[in-house]
Design a protein. Structure first.
Length: 256
């Protein structure tokens, strides 16, 4: 069986697999897998509290430092628990240093289909294209580009489906899938040359209007370069039923 992104050890720690590796430096993770791990931890905290009636719909992550491909510790705090929802605070640490902090909102499920707009989206291409994501995390995703690539400046549109479980035998939830894939929006819409610039994101916000349907997500992403050392990458997320949510990332621009 393919390795997962993480293994959960008996002492409560998580071991990152090589598949989490990102594009910037060997030994450092792509932002998607550790963000999805904190989304998982928040959802598990809700289940542990007996809240099977909740769906995770929002992730707000802050990267306080690079996340290594190494042993990690997760800590959880339930900030708010009410009938209508739960807010969970989660932190990820490596070697005693906090490297990722996130807040996850889970809301109570209710039937509001009668007021939801009917939507349609484009079909998933039958053949995989060349997105140019030749690094460990990139190879763990089934990419089906519609327009653009990592090495073609400008907006990008691509379908994506993770090929690995987050943890052994634990399929991804909708928010975990959206976070795992959504952190790639700044890459597929890159406006700068990867060889001359770095544009790492310091945060990741993901909002869902409803639960994700199916395994595939479509990212329609664009990056807006700023004049003072930062940029903003935004993406609309769609699934097999239509538009499902959005992502936003603040980028730090620096010449290599």
């Amino acid at each position: 069986m393919p390795e997962p992104y993480f293994w959960h050890e008996n002492d409560g720690s998580y071991i990152a697999s090589p598949a989490t590796g990102g594009p910037w430096e060997p030994g450092l993770q792509h932002g998607g897998p550790p963000s999805a791990l904190l989304a998982h931890a928040a959802e598990q905290a809700a289940r542990d509290a007996g809240r099977e009636d909740l769906t995770a719909v929002r992730f707000a992550g802050e990267f306080l430092g690079p996340v290594p491909v190494a042993s990690l510790r997760v800590s959880i705090n339930v900030v708010r628990s009410a009938r209508s929802g739960m807010l969970v605070d989660a932190e990820l640490a490596a070697a005693g240093r906090t490297c990722l902090h996130a807040r996850v909102w889970l809301v109570r499920r209710a039937d509001t289909a009668g007021v939801a707009a009917a939507e349609q989206t484009t079909p998933v291409p039958q053949a995989a294209g060349d997105l140019g994501a030749d690094f460990p995390y990139g190879r763990s995703i089934d990419w089906r580009p519609v327009r653009g690539s990592l090495h073609e400046p400008g907006p990008g549109v691509t379908w994506a489906r993770p090929l690995l479980d987050l943890l052994p035998g634990r399929p991804l939830s909708g928010l975990q899938r959206a976070v795992l894939i959504g952190d790639s929006a700044s890459g597929i819409s890159a406006e700068l040359d990867w060889q001359s610039w770095t544009f790492m994101n310091i945060d990741l916000d993901v909002h869902l209007a409803r639960p994700v349907a199916g395994d595939w997500l479509l990212m329609d992403a664009v990056t807006q370069l700023g004049s003072a050392g930062s940029a903003l990458a935004r993406a609309t997320l769609s699934d097999c039923r239509g538009t499902v949510g959005s992502t936003a990332q603040t980028l730090l621009l620096a010449r290599r």
